[in-house]
Ligand binder design. Sequence first.
Ligand code: SF4
Ligand code: SF4
Length: 347
Amino acid sequence: MLFRCLSKEGFRDLVEMTLETIEVVGPKEIGRDKDDNPIHHYLPVSNPDELDFDYATTEYSAKTYFLPFQENLSTYRFDEDDWTQDIRYRIQPRAIIGLHACDINGLLKLDKVFARDFFPSPYYISRRENTFIVGIDHEPCEGGFCRSLGTDTVTHGFDLFLTDLGDRYFVAIGSDRGFGALQKVHAREITDEDTHDYLTERQRLAGLFQAEVPVHDLGTLLDIEFTSEVWEKWGRKCMSCGSCAMVCPTCYCYGVMEKVSMDFERGVKQRQAYSCNLVDFAEVAGGHNFRPDSTTRLKYRYYHQHRGFVEIYDEPKCVGCNRCGRTCLAGISPVEVITDLQMDEQT
Ligand code: SF4
Ligand code: SF4
């Protein structure tokens, strides 16, 4: 990988130049919670000052810019004995600046499903390829257990990745277009001092990230604990609202609906985000529901994150961001559920 050093002014120029041509999205403070902590979302910005890199996490992940909650897959129109279909992919470029390593790792997992598997999605790929991604190093967020899952660092999946060295950024270059962008703002070659400062900062950050959850061999533990009372304990609390899947950077379940106009002349096929915790997720034609209670649905979500996905892609789907734990009104946190399972095995 190539590295460069970029002054803070140079970075500001880079954002301003980008804003002149494409939409720029980044962490933006949108308000305060009851404890007066700032709340951030990834939102479009109109100038570099709106980007707040001093953020712990965002409520929603950046997934929505690649897999929107709802999108039209196609529209169609009937014309006498014929019909025409219109399919549009997003090709307008966009930059997302300030993603943390766990969220870039989340995109890499989505890539495996939507860009590299048997049935790649052109809708996802068009967004992914037309999005310029700039990551940034950060201190751990509350409740995050990314270190346990190895997602606190990232080596690819971005165009540029910044580490703040106080008066300048140490920049890892992850693509040709990242390299080209840095050329325009005269980033310089790194010196021994830059490398030394970067390694010192990386060491400081690594010391702050602690492994929170013992996930080693979690797949086997899940197999053993399939009938554990732990599922009942947490499943009874679940209100089946689906919020956990909506904020999760890697949950990708969806449904497809067809809406036809009253005159039967035109229609639209829509993809809509869904959640395996919703009551009718496993309902099939005829009305039978394979997972009628919240306990089995909650269990399924954990099995997909840490068991099923591992079987197919050799890694968990979860990146340990704890967005699901923070958003859950029933207080269901992945750290507590997994720790309970570990405890149950020992008793
Ligand atoms: S685990 Fe929490 S956020 Fe997820 S569906 Fe259940 S109540 Fe909602
Ligand atoms: S399951 Fe929860 S902790 Fe894991 S990636 Fe999704 S939101 Fe983050």
